[in-house]
Design a protein around this ligand. Structure first.
Ligand code: PA5
Ligand code: MN
Length: 210
């Protein structure tokens, strides 16, 4: 038996990075094309700051072996495109019955979740709040504050990410927009519900016993 070496990782909340990480990726504003409702506002924002890194992920990413786990940290910058708060791209796990846990470290955010049949669920993310994303839920985080939103997360190493599911339906069913000093959920007018066949395809990615 080749045992994996245990490790420790400092959660550097100030810099929004997991210490001793083995993987990182960053998204610039210019990488977020097609996500926000107000494309004119998006193009203007890209012109003035398209190279801005809007979120970064650092993680300890072992091989995608069943039974193992990925641990990591996401830091999202605050901002608005039109009246819509900055979001992550969002995804469903490619093996869709894999769950995830997020833990709020700093800042104020939301976990926007959608089931394949179009139910929406929104949970608040703030320091010391742990958010459970159950199997089969599409998930995207939203920074609704004026400071960076920092979260740690944990999910099975063989989950994978399917980003296309959101693009195919014209975005998630709801958008999160500024409302005075707070936020509100509004319908995404470009959204098309998934067909029964499309829902079946998502469910079929799960392990057979589910
Ligand atoms: O596993 C997760 O859900 C997170 O680590 C996200 O990947 C991270 O927050 C970035 O979001 P996305 O992968 O949708 O770009
Ligand atoms: Mn995920």
């Amino acid at each position: 038996m080749n045992y994996i070496e245990p490790s420790s990782h400092y959660a550097d909340i100030e810099n929004g990075e997991l210490g001793n990480n083995s993987g990182r990726y960053e998204k610039k504003l210019s990488n977020m094309e097609g996500i926000y409702a107000d494309n004119v506002a998006f193009q203007q924002a890209v012109k003035s700051g398209g190279e801005e890194i809007v979120y970064k992920v650092t993680d300890k990413h072992p091989a995608a072996r069943h039974g193992d786990m990925i641990i990591g940290m996401t830091q999202m910058q605050p901002g608005l495109i039109g009246d819509e708060f900055y979001v992550t791209r969002g995804h469903i796990h490619a093996t869709a019955n894999r769950p995830e846990t997020y833990y709020g470290e700093s800042g104020e955010g939301l976990m926007l979740m959608e089931s394949p049949d179009g139910q929406i669920n929104i949970q608040e993310l703030r320091p010391r709040v742990m958010c459970y994303v159950p199997p089969f839920w599409i998930h995207r985080t939203v920074n609704i504050g004026s400071e960076p939103l920092v979260m740690t997360f944990f999910y099975p190493a063989d989950s994978g990410q399917d980003y296309e599911i959101i693009a195919k339906s014209g975005g998630m069913k709801s958008r999160i927009v500024a409302d005075g000093t707070g936020w509100k959920e509004v319908p995404n007018l470009s959204y098309t519900p998934r067909s029964d066949d499309e829902i079946e395809q998502v469910l079929a990615t799960a392990d057979k016993e589910d």
